[in-house]
Ligand binder design. Sequence first.
Ligand code: BG6
Length: 453
Amino acid sequence: MTTSRIDTLVILGAGGDLASRLLLPGLASLLASSRGSNIQLIGVDRDPLTAAAWGRRIGTAFAGVESQLSDRVRDSSLYLQADVTDAEALARVFAAAKGRIALYFALPPAVTVLACRTLATMPIPDGTVLAVEKPFGTDFESARALNRLLQTLVPEEQVFRVDHFLGKSTVINLLGLRFANRIFEPLLSAQNVAHVEINFEEELALEGRAGYYDRAGALVDMIQSHLLLVLALATMEPPATVASEDLRGSMAQVLRATRAWKKDGTESRRARYTAGKIGRRKLPAYTNEAGVDRVRGTETLAEMTVAVDNWRWAGVPFVLRSGKAIGEPRQEIVFTFRDVPHLPTGFHGPSRQAQLRIGLQPATMSLDLVTNGRDDPFDLECDTLDAEFGPSELSAYGEVLAELLDGDPTLSVRGDIAEECWRIVEPVLAAWRADRVPLDAYPAGSRGPRSWH
Ligand code: BG6
């Protein structure tokens, strides 16, 4: 496998929102930690942009980074006006690049496919890494077709399917917590765990992203991609190493064992926000947001239950939930433990089951311990041990970019994993399309539909 460093990062779609909101700031966070300063950056887009305007765009993203480092990257950077679906234009991009190239498709999915088809007709410099953003396909079949197309271009190790959740320090922390401690791993199995929730609720609403989100919805935007990967890391068997083959192999193995709880996809819920308020911010109903087509019935809050059919997890329901415009949002993995096999007679309680909660944002952990009550020692209570983890130096995008620039695919989604994630959600998508699950409503700023609590 080639894992040598990348010399040139080409951003296709450099004028877009993704480049300015996430990629360039991600690169800035890398530079701030003194990495990536030798990279040559090439921005490519359809619109004309002067070198000075491109330099200013980079400068804005790099504000706060030590100037010597950011100046070096900015001064060696180029902007090329080009149609990424045109072979001659792409050949010009390759000719301008130095050494080993990463081609980052910061483009709408349909344009990415067209650009890949163009690449299939031309020589691609050896070692080129292709970085593809989510959504990776729009269903199982299209994800498979995209994988087949990518396979004709470069080897799998050179395809980097970006999912920034794999770069979140808390998500990576899950591996350390599980596999570098003796106390958690033996407990995490059906023998001890009654059910698991993986929650990623947000206060953020549509934020002007109707063009993409109204076709995706919460299930595809968050559960199909990010939360199933978190599930894989939370449930997989210990890998022998954290190198890409072992880590991604373990993730793929557990995802192959994962399925919708009910075959017909009806163990799921969906809802959409109506007008409301988050803090002082007034939000219109989702259907009144610019660009939303109310006929589509897109959900902004999704929940599905999955089963992991293997020795360790058989019978344990995993509830994955994600929603927008939620008040008091929770972003955590919650393992709820079973009761002890026998509570010595004479003890009472505790009133709830003990939990291990791993906060995804902020990075926290809390573990309930059942202890004697203060008033009556035989009345048991839950006391909680809390821990906070220090923030990572790099943003999630910075972390993913660091791996990309190292030419290491460990934090990228392997092709078969992307396909499994689609397979798992398909029964739910089908049930929703056929209206077998009602679309509930909740006021923006609430904790979701009242009937869900
Ligand atoms: C993105 C989704 O992938 O992840 C967004 O498209 C979501 O809808 C975001 O808001 C959440 O991730 P983060 O890291 O920004 O909290």
